[in-house]
Design a binder for this molecule. Structure first.
Ligand code: HEC
Ligand code: HEC
Ligand code: HEC
Length: 217
């Protein structure tokens, strides 16, 4: 069984979240309030999209995820310091992780026990046609399988068959489908064009305004 760094990070975040929820249970029972309980009560605690600049990439002791009372927390490098040299992006935690990986500025370990293990990268784009004016969505397997194992998505999140999954923007914004990761551990949903990246063929309007014989399609 291979363990993936990205999944481990996601699991750490999830276990931290459930620890926070338990902390909240306890404080509700005891009638006391703590900063930790407040963080758990905030539905946007993990939504970096909505975090004001001053609240982004806080040091581990202040981030509401790590235990500030644990001495080990202070040994962790603050993100603002460690992210400084990495390629920038305009959203989320302001790092372009895809570029950081392809430039080999970071080298996440593919297997916990084996530093030499290589990912099984699959280069297969899936185009999902979108009704309306938004460009179509291109889902790239390559960029995902550089971080993730097939089993991170198949079959629990997506049946591995083109078009077999119902995906909607509403579901994504509710944290389902692509939104299980995007907005939490991968770039946020504000970056429409990173997913909606394929221009549609000439819009019907342009055809209608032409006079004369029907243009060939
Ligand atoms: C981050 C999530 C994710 C990961 C990781 C992932 N896939 Fe997929 N895969 C998808 C999505 C999304 C689709 C499209 C499903 C749809 O259109 O309904 C898909 C579709 C497929 C298809 C169907 C292609 C077709 O033309 O019908 C196959 C086969 C597949 N994946 C295999 C793999 C394999 C093998 C791996 C690992 C090397 C992998 N996937 C990793 C999300 C993922
Ligand atoms: C299991 C987690 C997971 C799921 C589910 C997932 N992604 Fe991602 N995605 C990632 C990670 C991790 C990255 C790389 C880090 C980043 O760019 O923030 C990424 C990167 C991307 C990229 C950027 C590629 C580039 O050029 O940098 C696109 C586009 C993308 N995802 C689209 C999608 C779409 C569309 C879906 C749903 C069909 C989806 N993802 C589902 C985790 C996921
Ligand atoms: C992580 C990738 C991702 C991002 C970011 C993203 N979308 Fe989507 N979007 C999708 C996918 C996947 C679908 C479903 C396509 C399909 O029908 O198969 C979709 C569908 C849509 C649809 C079609 C109607 C619907 O609800 O399904 C609209 C409109 C839309 N998105 C608008 C947006 C806008 C506006 C943004 C930016 C604020 C955005 N999307 C950001 C992946 C994304």
């Amino acid at each position: 069984m291979r363990h993936r760094i990205a999944l481990r990070v996601a699991l750490l975040v999830l276990s931290a979240a459930s620890a926070l929820l338990h902390a909240q249970d306890r404080s509700a029972a005891g009638g006391g309030t703590t900063i930790v309980a407040q963080a758990a009560g905030d539905p946007n605690a993990f939504n970096r999209l909505l975090a004001p600049p001053g609240a982004r990439n806080l040091s581990p002791a202040e981030d509401g995820i790590h235990d500030p009372g644990n001495a080990g927390t202070l040994a962790l490098q603050p993100p603002l310091q460690s992210f400084q040299l990495l390629p920038r992006s305009n959203a989320g935690n302001r790092v372009d992780w895809g570029a950081a990986l392809s430039k080999k500025q970071i080298q996440p370990r593919w297997e916990t026990g084996n530093p030499k293990a290589e990912p099984a990268v699959m280069d297969l784009n899936i185009v999902r046609e979108v009704k309306g004016s938004m460009p179509d969505v291109v889902y790239p397997h390559k960029q995902h399988t550089e971080w993730l194992d097939c089993s991170n998505c198949h079959p629990a999140i997506f049946v591995p068959q083109k078009g077999a999954n119902q995906i909607s923007m509403a579901a994504i914004l509710l944290g389902q489908k692509c939104g299980i990761c995007h907005g939490k551990v991968a770039f946020p949903t504000s970056e429409c064009r990173l997913c909606h990246s394929k221009k549609k063929d000439a819009p019907a309007q342009a055809v209608e305004t032409k006079t004369g014989p029907e243009p060939k399609r």
